[in-house]
Design a protein around this ligand. Structure first.
Ligand code: AMP
Length: 613
């Protein structure tokens, strides 16, 4: 008899700009933060490339930044989606996903020391992350040797943790706590304000029984606690310069010390009315006292940037403040009193600060991992059952071709052919395969598919109730950025044809009809862009989808169907089909900044060989 399969272990990872946290769902169905090897609940997202070739991640790396600033990388999350990190490390250009993978490797190792082997994770990203940044995060997980079960938006994770706590306590019979989904399952509206170390997100959600639906989301991936630190750093540098006529920021070591001092001072000002910063440069010490009022004046423009986004997101949701039931705060920077005061003024209610702002996102990710694993297992069992019992002929006769009724008038598609090979990121890899089925895709071609069977994840939980609660929860998201294709109009001008507007409920699949630009066109290249401006120059090109080898003799304006399928975690699939021949394009997006599968494989080998502590 074969050994029973061991249920895989998945954790939730909040891969933050300045700090990371990780969590798992325990046997009672409760999310628990996993401490790192140093015993802390959060790990600084700092990487130190030691001259020996070893890599240190976390608090020690942060301390090393003062002495070896050139060998230390901070805030790599701000550069996800770029081709390379902004400066070379030890003479090498490094892609941001490879650097993030080193952080993930340390987290995985530390989690394994506590829990045993970790197979994969749900990794969170700001809701406002675009497609490129999401793909880069996925690549980081793959390079670190983690199966990325899903990419989850941070505010969705946070509200999932809030809502789950309520739903679970209700199911455990402790009904006396804060409740998001109220007694009669009447829907409640929550606004999640998430200000972390490097990014800001604000999201409006509807919570209805076990269903969480994102109504609108907005944010700024270049705004976070770091910017508050920088303001203090610059003000203290100016005070130093006024006294000694030299700028202490010129010295990189002093600059690093000032950064640490500024952050300490900022944190102190959350608890006290005044705090001090001491800077020593060229043997000249300067002691600076900062009051909370001064700090708030100095950073008012940053806070205002978040305020204007809150107002904008409420407009996008179509709701007004009196309809909002809970204002939830997430992210370490929401500990600043200025944030809570502003939220109370704008929303006219006291923000709900009842969950640990640094851990709640990781908890939500862990809950999502458990839900996804249970649902995947359930679906897999159904598919396996069907594959074993249904005869092939019946499967074929039940095939339905996609419905193309939702079409637009014909327009020209950019005819420029592109022969570049697809360099998209390979899909997730799975575990052992236990059954093989034949399926027919919507064009009628046969695909052989290996079905991977997992062990039953319910066995991880003592209480069946926990499994039921997890299984019942549904989450739905919206996309933060509009998506479209560049089309050439009859007067030859190019325009962005938006296919999926921003704040569309996900998952969504939209098909539009376009036409070839010239007669006898043998290939069509569809340029996919992010953004909603008409002018393509104001949008971000995110990839290409090219149909090649079209039959000779196609008339001008021959129909090309373009389908955008956007899944719940905000990942995009593009498909283009020429209607008469049925020839379709590769669906994977060809991104200019993304690492290709060869580069990912090489980085994976390097990270595997690198000692990370
Ligand atoms: P997160 O990424 O959510 O862990 O948030 C990290 C950010 O929160 C960093 O910029 C920290 O400096 C900031 N932070 C943490 N604690 C405090 C505090 N007590 N007052 C102000 N900012 C804080």
């Amino acid at each position: 008899m074969s050994e029973p399969l061991q249920a895989k272990r998945y954790i939730g990872i909040d891969l933050g700009t300045t700090f990371c946290a990780m969590a798992y769902v325990d046997a009672h169905g409760t999310p628990v933060t996993i401490p790192n090897a140093e015993g802390s609940l959060t790990t600084p997202s700092v990487v130190f490339f030691e001259p020996s070739g070893q890599v240190t991640v976390g608090a020690d790396a942060r301390a090393a930044a003062v002495k070896h600033p050139q060998l230390v990388i901070e805030c790599v999350k701000r550069e996800m989606g770029e081709r390379f990190y902004n400066r070379e490390i030890q003479g090498r250009k490094l892609p941001p996903p490879a650097i993030s993978a080193l952080i993930l490797k340390k987290l995985k190792q530390d989690a394994e020391a506590k829990l045993g082997p970790i197979d994969g994770a749900v990794i969170t990203v700001p809701a406002y992350f675009d497609e490129g940044r999401r793909q880069a995060t996925l690549a980081a997980g793959e390079i670190a040797g983690l199966e990325v079960l899903d990419i989850l938006n941070e505010p969705t994770a946070a509200s999932l943790a809030f809502a789950y706590r309520d739903i679970k306590r209700k199911s455990d019979g402790q009904d006396d706590v804060m409740r998001l989904a109220d007694e009669n399952n009447k829907s409640r509206i929550a606004v999640v304000y998430d200000l972390g170390g490097g990014t800001f997100d604000v999201t409006v959600l509807r919570i209805e029984g076990n269903n969480l639906t994102v109504l609108a989301t907005d944010g700024d991936v270049q705004l976070g606690g770091k910017d508050w630190d920088t303001k203090l750093l610059n003000a203290s540098a100016a005070a130093f310069k006024a006294k000694h006529q030299i700028d202490p920021r010129a010295d990189e070591h002093v600059f690093q010390q000032m950064l640490v001092a500024a952050e300490d001072c900022k944190r102190a000002l959350s608890a006290r009315d005044k705090a001090r910063m001491t800077i020593t440069f060229a043997n000249k010490p300067v002691n600076i006292e900062v009051t909370r009022d001064q700090f708030e004046d100095l950073t008012a423009d940053l806070l205002y940037r978040t305020e204007s986004r809150i107002i904008r997101v409420m407009e996008a949701s179509g709701l007004s403040w009196h309809q909002v039931d809970d204002v939830l705060t997430v992210g370490g920077s929401t500990r600043m009193p200025q944030v809570l005061k502003m939220l109370e003024r704008v929303t006219d209610q006291k923000p709900n600060t009842s969950l640990a702002p640094d851990e709640v996102v990781a908890h939500g990710a862990a809950i999502h991992a458990a839900i996804t694993q249970l649902k995947r297992y359930q679906k897999q069992q159904q598919t396996l059952q069907a594959a074993r019992t249904k005869p092939m002929a019946q499967a074929v006769s039940e095939m339905k071709i996609a419905d193309d009724n939702d079409v637009l008038p014909m327009v020209d598609v950019d005819p420029n052919a592109d022969t570049a090979a697809n360099n998209g990121i390979a899909p997730h890899s799975g575990g052992a395969s236990t059954a093989t089925t034949i399926a027919i895709d919507s064009e009628g071609s046969t695909i052989t598919e290996a079905i991977i069977e997992d062990a039953n994840p319910s066995e991880q939980y003592d209480a069946n109730d926990a499994t039921d609660v997890l299984r019942a929860i549904q989450t739905r998201n919206v996309n933060a950025h509009g998506l479209g294709v560049i089309m050439t109009q009859s007067d030859k001008t190019k325009v962005n044809s938006v296919i999926v507007p921003s704040n569309t409920l996900l998952p969504t699949s939209v098909t539009r009809r376009y036409g070839t630009a010239v007669a006898n066109q043998t290939s069509v290249s569809i340029v996919v862009v992010e953004g909603e401006a008409d002018n393509p120059d104001q949008c971000i090109p995110i990839g290409k989808c090219t149909i090649k080898n079209l039959p000779w003799g196609l008339r001008k304006g021959s129909t090309i169907y373009v389908t955008f399928s956007y899944d719940n975690s905000g990942r995009l699939d593009v498909k283009a089909i020429e209607a008469t021949s049925g020839i379709s394009a590769n669906t994977a997006i060809d991104r200019t900044n993304a690492m290709n599968s060869v580069e990912i494989g090489q980085a994976k080998e390097t990270v595997k060989k690198t000692t990370v502590s």
